[in-house]
Design a protein around this ligand. Structure first.
Ligand code: ADP
Ligand code: ASP
Ligand code: MG
Length: 814
């Protein structure tokens, strides 16, 4: 047996009724079910308001009835089919009858000029009854057997007409006596019950949740499902705080406290009967059937969320009693509680202040009138004898509550709460808390409620995000990255982020700190704090020291490290890489690395593999994943070649241009690595593979501008002197180009069929590559979306600062 309650938000219109019907049918295939229905949302409010409108003569009864009748007539309109016309007419008649009933009641209150609670209860519960008529009709036409439970006859209560408590023992007896066949779907209007005289009473706003809990107990259900319009219980009302987090599990007491202190997702009395009978409760979303919802039971599950909720109640007031100094405060607390009990008022807290001889009591505003009316009388004697010196009312307050079963163990959260209280101290009236309580209460002025909630929620649930990094390779780029991270510390702090550096290493040694490395100077560190470099050992550190979501930053160009990427992902690391080797190995290994990252749900970012900090890979990925189609690419992908060929334009000889580039650090120590075109080929390969071409490095055609004799030389000095033999060749080529108003450029191209070439080309003025010199790079993409004008990304494509910043940006995106 399973009980399902559908709230007003799940029954707001015909489509929603159909969704609910499908849920019912699906669940009934597995076991017997009891269905509790609310009134379609807005109806209860409409009914409530109708009473005031009539009493205040603001609207004609006819108009009110018309509005309600039309709402339901429109709702059921789409259920009308020729086959079901008789049943449909019956339904319509029943709804009409209820509207006539409402009309009669409104007329009574109009003439009586008052509305008794008994009539009020009858009026505001009409919506629930009509919901049951509609669902009965929908199930009947599907030929289901149904038992409708009348809660007035079966749910015995104590309390008032508008706020009653169910006597579960007697109610269970009544339900058992009904002997409902196992083959029947049970249908019941929520919100409604009966008093000892079998007169209709209601269970308070949101009372259908409570009805569902009661039905669960009475039918020995093994679960109670509350279906609503949100995925479950969140850390705060998601309509108030858009960043609220969904909670997967709550224990009964936490849910109880949440609802008591204002989370309207559950009626405050819902949990108690379920808890007593150990029936789990699940909150589910009718609009999102795939969401698992929030489960409430007595299993304490480990959770990273210590504060289970932040709730608020808007209409609150405070009474402060000042007691004569020689009188014992406790005696008065008892007396005040007595007074509150007589009037059956819910109190949120009562707090003695021994130093000030005061008692503070926090109450709902709706009871203010009745309290003030009787308070003077009740304490008249004490006031006149000056035992009570005065009492003071503070109004327009809100009560914010933090709920946790874990305050005792989380002192640092208390610290966050106090920091926020401190910030708003001018508007904070009172706090009430003990570490052993499940709640921490803050009474404040209404005016700051929204701002306070947002700040507190942010503080508690969005503490600084820690980014845990392991840097392998601290050469030029690694060092620069460390510098940039240090410089940005404050900026990141303001964005709620903190980078924790756990490992820095060169190829021989590594330094580890389970918290954060502050001294990066490996050379000057005591040697015994360093360990011999051992990647295997480094990869074990997160597990051994419980470091969450580690990121390995590969600032090396090591083939050995690149070969280990699969292993690194398997050990739970994300990778930010500047090491091109990882993306330029054979295609099979390349694929395996990418697939492993995907399989282990790890990020693999390598923006700096082409164009250093320029956003090439990011943009390419974005274009392709949004459906754009690649057409062709051309670019200057090497800073050194851009510099060298820029100088040729100024009629500087080839050998001098290379020398200058080398001197300024634009080339590798052996400039042949640049001049051979292999670096450009690697970058082309990475772009081409990203586009989807299944290529090997050997497939990239490279025009060799260096003769074999220079390639063979061992000594770099010799290379540099021998380059002069090429001066004439380049002088001639340059002259021809200049005659045609063109320039020489060493470029990379990818054609539509995936053919990749690295070649020397004479470029005309119209070509975007014409202007690129001084070490700048350019990437020109022609795609279906970007044509005839291409997408151009241009800027420095090499250098420590831009490369490190490219890696920095990658790691911040994990
Ligand atoms: P129903 O008609 O289904 O009973 P209610 O409007 O009574 O729906 O309750 C659901 C609403 O409760 C949500 O739309 C949400 O705005 C509000 N709510 C308040 N506090 C919370 C919370 N902590 N988690 C989820 N919802 C909450
Ligand atoms: N319809 C009632 C209300 O709006 C009861 C409920 O929805 O649970 O309060
Ligand atoms: Mg509700």
């Amino acid at each position: 047996m399973r009980v399902l309650k559908f709230g007003g938000t799940s029954l707001a219109n015909a489509e929603k009724f159909q969704i609910v019907l499908q849920i019912i049918i699906k669940k009934f295939k597995k076991e017997q079910i009891g269905i509790v229905l609310s009134a379609p949302s807005t109806i209860t409010n409409l009914l409530f308001n109708s009473i005031t409108l009539v009493l205040e003569k603001k609207k004609k009864i006819k108009e009110i009835i018309k509005k309600i009748y039309i709402f339901f007539r429109n709702l059921i309109n789409s259920f009308k089919t020729t086959k079901q016309i008789i049943k449909y007419k019956k339904l319509k008649k029943k709804i009409k009858k209820k509207c006539i009933f409402l009309q009669k009641k409104l007329k009574i209150i109009k003439y009586a000029k008052t509305c008794s609670d008994s009539i009020k209860a009858k009026i505001i519960s009409i919506g629930e009854k009509i919901s049951v008529y509609i669902m009965y009709f929908l199930l009947k036409i599907k030929k289901y057997h149904i038992t409708i439970i009348d809660p007035v006859k079966n749910f015995i209560t104590t309390g008032t007409y508008l706020n009653s408590k169910i006597d579960l023992k007697n109610s269970k007896n009544n339900i058992e006596k009904l002997k409902i066949p196992k083959t029947n779907i049970i249908l019941m209007p929520g919100f409604i019950a009966g008093n000892q005289n079998k007169k209709l009473v209601i269970l308070g706003r949101n009372g259908s949740d409570y009805s569902a809990a009661a039905l669960s107990v009475c039918t020995n259900a093994k679960i109670c499902e509350i279906w609503t319009d949100v995925d479950g219980i969140y850390t705060c009302d998601p309509q108030k705080i858009s960043t609220a987090v969904l909670l997967k599990n709550l224990i009964y007491q936490e849910a109880q406290e949440l609802s008591f202190f204002g989370a309207k997702i559950l009626h405050p009395s819902t949990i108690s009967p379920l808890k007593k009978n150990n029936i789990p409760c699940i909150i589910k979303n009718t609009n999102n059937l795939t969401s698992k919802g929030t489960k409430i039971n007595n299993e304490t599950k480990k959770s990273h969320v210590f504060i289970k909720g932040l709730t608020y109640i808007k209409k609150i007031f405070l009474i402060t009693f000042k007691i004569f100094k020689k009188i014992k405060i406790l005696k008065y607390i008892e007396l005040i509680l007595n007074f509150i009990n007589i009037h059956k008022i819910k109190i949120f807290f009562i707090k003695p202040s021994y130093t000030h001889q005061k008692i503070l009591i926090c109450l709902p505003t709706e009871k203010k009138k009745i309290i003030l009316k009787n308070l003077n009388n009740f304490f008249l004697k004490d006031l006149s004898k000056k035992k009570i010196i005065y009492f003071k009312i503070t109004q327009n307050l809100s009560l914010v509550s933090l709920i946790s079963s874990n305050f005792y163990y989380n002192h640092y959260i208390i610290q966050f709460i106090f920091q926020t209280i401190q910030k708003y101290k001018k508007n904070i009236i009172e706090i009430d808390h003990s570490l052993y309580n499940f709640h921490f209460l803050i009474l404040l002025n209404n005016t700051i409620l929204s701002s306070f909630l947002k700040t507190l929620h942010q503080k508690i649930y969005y503490q600084r995000k820690k980014i845990h990094i392991f840097i392998i390779g601290i050469g030029g780029i690694g060092q620069t990255l460390l510098k940039q991270i240090t410089q940005q510390k404050e900026f990141l702090k303001n964005k709620n982020k903190k980078i924790c550096i756990h490992v820095i290493s060169n190829s021989k040694k590594y330094l580890f700190d389970k918290k954060n490395i502050l001294n990066f100077d490996l050379k000057n560190l005591k040697q015994d704090t360093l360990k011999n470099f051992d990647l295997k050992e480094i990869l074990k550190l997160p597990e051994n020291f419980n470091i969450q979501n580690p990121i390995l930053i590969d600032c090396t160009s090591s083939t050995q490290i690149a070969k280990n990427y699969i292993n690194i992902f398997k050990k739970g690391f994300h990778i930010v890489s500047a090491n091109k080797k990882s993306n330029t190995t054979n295609f099979q290994s390349y694929k395996k690395i990418h697939k492993t990252a995907l399989f282990y749900k790890k990020k693999f970012f390598y923006e700096t593999h082409v164009g250093a900090g320029l956003p090439i890979i990011k943009n390419l990925k974005n274009l392709l994943s949004t459906g754009d189609k690649f057409q062709k690419f051309s670019g200057i992908l090497s800073g050194s070649m851009s510099f060298i060929f820029g100088l040729l334009e100024k009629n500087i000889t080839f050998s001098k241009a290379v020398k200058k580039a080398k001197k300024l650090g634009f080339t590798e120590p052996d400039p042949r690595e640049d001049l051979s075109g292999i670096d450009i080929a690697r970058k082309l390969l990475i772009i081409a593979r990203e586009i989807g071409y299944k290529l090997e490095l050997s497939d990239i055609k490279i025009e060799n501008i260096l003769p074999k004799n220079i390639l063979k030389l061992k000594n770099i000095e010799e290379v540099m002197t021998n380059l002069t033999t090429l001066d004439n060749i380049f002088f001639e080529k340059n002259k021809i180009a200049q005659k045609m108003n063109q320039v020489l450029r060493f470029i990379g191209t990818i054609k539509k069929d995936g053919v990749c070439e690295v070649k020397l080309k004479s470029i005309s003025k119209k070509n975007p590559l014409y202007k690129i010199k001084n070490g700048e790079n350019i990437f020109v993409f022609y795609t279906q979306y970007y044509s005839p004008i291409p997408l151009i990304i241009q800027g420095y494509g090499a250098g420590k600062n831009v490369t490190a910043s490219g890696m920095f940006s990658d790691l911040l995106h994990i």
